[in-house]
Design a protein around this ligand. Structure first.
Ligand SMILES: [Zn+2]
Length: 277
């Protein structure tokens, strides 16, 4: 498959981007591309289908030198050495397409078993609610606590940016969910015919408000935490070279993991989202 496939309809319409393989070992989106794109006819507008990290896909690794999903900050925020990385150069290439698009769907999966959910910012909530009833939650605020993601890049431009977490890497249901997300995104954006969408389901929304960055090269979790497990304030999450790290407020933990490097994302913490007008 080409790294970038452009499909244009006969009729005018929106310009959108769909990405898969932003993390090279998250194959559900890549599989979904292979299943859908060959027979897909776009009726309105243009869709860019982008394989995010071809080098990492070929090696079946998350990334080769730099996490591509943290590579979308303004280039002024990276050092000269960082900008030589394959992923940072790839991000500049992909930005050209994102700059032309008014919405992005980026497809991910997880190493451990996890319930499917969606990352986005406020402006994208209504589109996100349409993608599938299989996504159990919408998580806001990742762009504030973990800048540099593809969806955050779109949100910073006032555009729609959605990152779907479809479940475990090699689970067949993750592929089905990736396909369903692509179809419903294309319908929502007017690229293909809208039929009644029975997949719509309003999901609870969580706002991420805290990210723990490791201070040393040994952050060990106290136990396994499932994503979205609710923890009271002051719960012991793990030890950073012996120093106990507690939750700063009561909330939902996401992406807790052992880390063997300093300045990695040890865990995220969110609260129920309250809409402000
Ligand atoms: Zn990912």
């Amino acid at each position: 498959m080409e790294n970038i496939i452009i499909k244009t309809g006969k009729n005018p319409g929106n310009i959108s981007t769909i990405m898969a393989g932003t993390h090279g070992n998250e194959i559900c989106g890549i599989q979904a591309f292979e299943n859908i794109i060959p027979n897909l006819e776009i009726e309105h507008g243009t869709v860019f289908f982008i394989l995010g990290n071809p080098k990492a896909i070929a090696e079946n690794v998350r990334y080769t030198e730099y996490n591509l999903n943290r590579a979308f900050k303004d280039i002024s925020e990276y050092s000269k050495a960082e900008l030589k990385n394959y992923e940072l150069q790839r991000a500049q290439e992909i930005k050209k397409y994102l700059d032309k698009s008014s919405a992005l769907l980026d497809i991910h999966s997880a190493k451990k078993k996890t319930e499917p959910f969606i990352f986005c910012e406020e402006k994208s909530i209504s589109t996100a609610q349409e993608l599938s009833s299989k996504f159990l939650k919408i998580v806001l605020g990742v762009n504030a606590v973990e800048p540099g993601g593809t969806d955050g890049y779109m949100a910073n431009m006032g555009k729609i940016g959605i990152c779907v977490e479809c479940g475990q890497h090699n689970d067949k249901s993750a592929i089905t969910l990736a396909e369903q997300s692509i179809h419903n995104f294309l319908k929502n954006r007017g690229h293909i015919q809208k039929s009644n969408n029975e997949n719509r389901a309003d999901k609870p929304i969580i706002n991420l408000e805290y990210s723990y960055y490791t201070k040393t090269n040994s952050f060990i979790l106290e136990r396994n935490f499932s994503d979205f497990e609710h923890l009271e304030k002051g719960t012991l999450v793990g030890k950073d070279s012996g120093k106990s790290i507690y939750t700063p407020f009561s909330g939902y933990i996401v992406f807790a993991r052992n880390c063997n490097k300093k300045n990695l994302e040890g865990f995220l913490l969110g609260k129920d989202y309250i809409k402000h007008d």
